[in-house]
Design a protein around this ligand. Structure first.
Ligand code: ACO
Length: 361
């Protein structure tokens, strides 16, 4: 019997940080409002493409697993903000790391990384593949309308990656559940892509539109019910869960989720303060941070859950293997940016505030 274990992990965080106070220099908001309503203090804004972030994270994950790109037999890249749709950006990462295998992107929004891990674990357990790279990478700043404070303060850019390997050692991914609620497709969306109808050139403007309170409720319901389902399916009690690694969209969502599940808050890995919501990247970044801090111990049971546009949701249960330290390290990093973060985003900020004025908002 083959088990699917995480054997390598890595993240890539762009060097430019946008704090709540930076945001308050050009929009009506405050550190106090953002921090108390969301838990976020700062986020990273990327001057490089999503695939470059993904490549850096992938190189760290490969080094941590002690393998090379050529050892991989599949690459799954979860993103809703690829730098190119054709070709997929898994192929860009593949070229950079020298892999010769299948490679594809998936878009399940913020649940994408868990969809990817679930899929990869099934491929490994079926005997089809032995070493799979799964990446969650996003440059959500691409979608932001900086004049809309209700969304602009929430998101950030970044990437995280893991290597999933076949092993005879019991454990690894124990089970997963995926769901999607198509009735809620319209409560979280961007019109990006609607201009694919080239006979209708009415609008090239796109930004994230959402109903925050409705998502808030459905996120807790979706993550909660799938988490319960995966625990039951794997015959594991919630009391035996050592860590919950939830999607980081809002700290209050995480608080409500664990409180409803009657899991102590101390068991939840929360790092939204530093990154904001990086969509498909939040969970792999949180895994890296938890390992860096020495929180995850060999053999511990981890419950991870997510929700995203669709509305997708996912929950995954895993038993960590023996190794919690990297085999090797990589010196890959996101290059420095010569601009300040406010200089970088200024053209987009000016564009959207001018547009808001024209629209009478
Ligand atoms: N700064 C200051 N005031 C603000 C800001 C801001 N950035 N944003 C909104 N406000 C104001 C509103 O205008 C409103 O003012 P009013 O009372 O005068 O009308 C007031 O704050 C309260 O607004 P609410 O929308 O009721 O605030 P709420 O407490 O619901 O928090 C939030 C909003 C943070 C968006 C919350 O609903 C939320 O986190 N929702 C779900 C999370 C989410 O959707 N994340 C993105 C999902 S994407 C993904 O992960 C797939």
């Amino acid at each position: 019997m083959q088990y699917a274990h995480i054997t390598g992990w890595g993240k890539a965080v762009p060097p430019l940080t946008l704090t709540n106070d930076d945001l308050a220099t050009f929009m009506e908001t405050s550190d106090e409002w953002i921090k108390s309503r969301t838990g976020i203090s700062k986020r990273n804004i990327s001057h490089v493409n999503t695939s470059e972030l993904a490549t850096v994270a992938a190189k760290h994950a490969l080094a941590a697993a002690g393998i090379e790109g050529k050892d991989l037999d599949l690459i799954i890249l979860a993103t809703a903000s690829p730098d190119t749709l054709i070709p997929n950006i898994a192929s860009t990462v593949q070229a950079e790391i020298g892999a010769t295998c299948g490679a594809f992107d998936i878009n399940a929004a913020c649940s994408g990384f868990l969809y990817g891990i679930g899929l990869a674990s099934s491929m490994i357990k079926s005997g089809q593949n032995k070493k799979i790279l799964v990446v969650g990478a996003e440059r959500l700043s691409f979608y932001l309308d900086w004049s809309r404070r209700e969304t602009a303060v929430l998101f950030g850019d970044g990437a995280g990656a893991v290597i999933l390997e076949a092993s005879e050692q019991e454990g690894g991914v124990l089970g997963y559940e995926l769901n999607n609620d198509p009735d809620a497709r319209d409560i979280l969306k961007s019109s990006f892509g609607s201009q694919m109808n080239r006979f209708d050139t009415s609008s090239l403007d796109f930004y994230i539109q959402f109903n925050g309170q409705e998502i808030f409720k459905r996120a807790i319901q979706g993550m909660g019910s799938l988490s319960t389902k995966v625990l039951e399916k794997c015959n594991v009690s919630k009391d035996d869960v050592d860590w919950v690694i939830p999607h980081q969209a809002n700290e209050r969502i995480i608080d409500t989720l664990v409180s409803r599940m009657k899991i102590p808050k101390e068991k939840a890995i929360v790092n939204i303060e530093n990154y904001g919501n990086t969509s498909a990247a939040t969970i792999p970044i949180a895994i890296c941070d938890a390992l860096d801090k020495g929180l995850i111990k060999p053999g511990q049971t981890i419950l991870s859950c997510a929700f995203g546009a669709g509305l997708t949701s996912a929950a995954l249960l895993l038993k960590w293997g023996e190794r919690v330290t990297p085999i090797n390290t990589s010196d890959a990093k996101v290059p420095a940016c010569e601009q300040t973060v406010l200089e970088l985003i200024k053209p987009a900020v000016d564009y959207f505030f001018n547009k808001a004025q024209q629209d009478g908002r």
